[in-house]
Design a protein around this ligand. Sequence first.
Ligand SMILES: Nc1nc2c(ncn2[C@@H]2O[C@H](COP(=O)(O)OP(=O)(O)OP(=O)(O)O)[C@@H](O)[C@H]2O)c(=O)[nH]1
Ligand SMILES: [Mg+2]
Ligand SMILES: [Zn+2]
Length: 293
Amino acid sequence: MPEGKIIKALSGFYYVADEGQIIQCRGRGVFRKQKVTPLVGDTVIYQAENPTDGYIMEIKERQNELVRPPISNVDQAILVFSAAEPDFSTSLLDRFLVLVESKNIAPIICISKMDLLEPEDEKRIHEYADQYRAIGYDVILTSSLEVAGVSELMPFLRGKISVFAGQSGVGKSSLLNVLDPSLNLKTNIISSHLGRGKHTTRHVELIDLGDGLLADTPGFSSLEFTEIEAEELPGCFPEIRERSSECKFRGCLHVKEPKCAVKHGVEIGEIQKYRYEHYLQFLEEIKDRKPRY
Ligand SMILES: Nc1nc2c(ncn2[C@@H]2O[C@H](COP(=O)(O)OP(=O)(O)OP(=O)(O)O)[C@@H](O)[C@H]2O)c(=O)[nH]1
Ligand SMILES: [Mg+2]
Ligand SMILES: [Zn+2]
C-alpha cells in the first residue's frame, strides 16, 4: 500500500500528499476506537479507492507531536515575535523557547515588524538579538511591510517541517505572504482596543515552501508548562544546561544551592539576568502546579 504525508486536516478529511498527488482520505474506524487521531505531519499508509479518495490504514511512529496546534513530526519552530504591536517581550519569548526545547524542536527566533521602531528602540531589539545569538539561537529581524530580512528565513526551511508560532497578530501570515505571494493568506487587522489580534488563522495546513513544508498555525494556545517537570527545566535553557555540569551538586536546580555554576554565571554577566529570572519564575510555576491524576 502507498505511503504519504498528511498535509491538511479539515472536516473529518485528511489530505495525503504522495509524490505531487493529493488524496482525500478518511481515517479508519479503528483509529476512533483506539482514540488515535491522525495529525497533520503524520506519515501514513493509505489505501486508495480511486485516484483521488482513500482511507488511512496506518500511522507511522511520530518523532514528536504537539496538541495545540495539532501537528506531528515537527523539525523546527519559527517563533515570531513582533518588535512592536504587540510589544516585544523576552518573558513570552522564553516561555515559547522552553515549550519548544522541551519537545526537542529546534527554535528559530524571528522578530517581525522592525519597520515600526524608532531608532532607540531598534537599538534595544538589536541588543536582545545579540544576546539570544550568544546563547546559540538563530535570530532573524524582519519587516513584511518593507520586505526586509524575510528571505533570510528561506535557507532554514529546506528539507524540514517547520511551524510558525507566536501570538496572534505578530505577523506570521504576513511573513508567509511575502515568502510566497501566491499563498494569499488572510491577515488580521489588530483590534485597537485590545491591542491584540484574534487568531485569523484557524486550521493547520502544511504548505510547500523553500523546498520544505511549513505550517502557518493558529499559534500555541496553551503556554502553560503542563508537561514539563522541574528537573527538565534547566535543560530547556541552553546556557544553563551548558553550565550545570560545573555545579557542586548533581541535580542542582540553581536556586539556593551553594557553589552553583549557573548563579555564578549570572553574577559575572555570562548569563543574562532576565533569562535567569524567567527560569526561576517558570520553576515556581512548575512546582506550584497541581498534581494531575
Ligand atoms: N508595520 C507592519 N505591520 C505588519 C507587519 N507584518 C504584519 N503586520 C500587520 O500586523 C497585523 C497582523 O498580521 P497577521 O499576519 O495577520 O498576523 P498573524 O500572526 O498571522 O495573526 P494570527 O493569524 O491571528 O495568529 C496585520 O494588520 C498586518 O498588516 C510588518 O512587518 N510591519
Ligand atoms: Mg495568521
Ligand atoms: Zn547550579
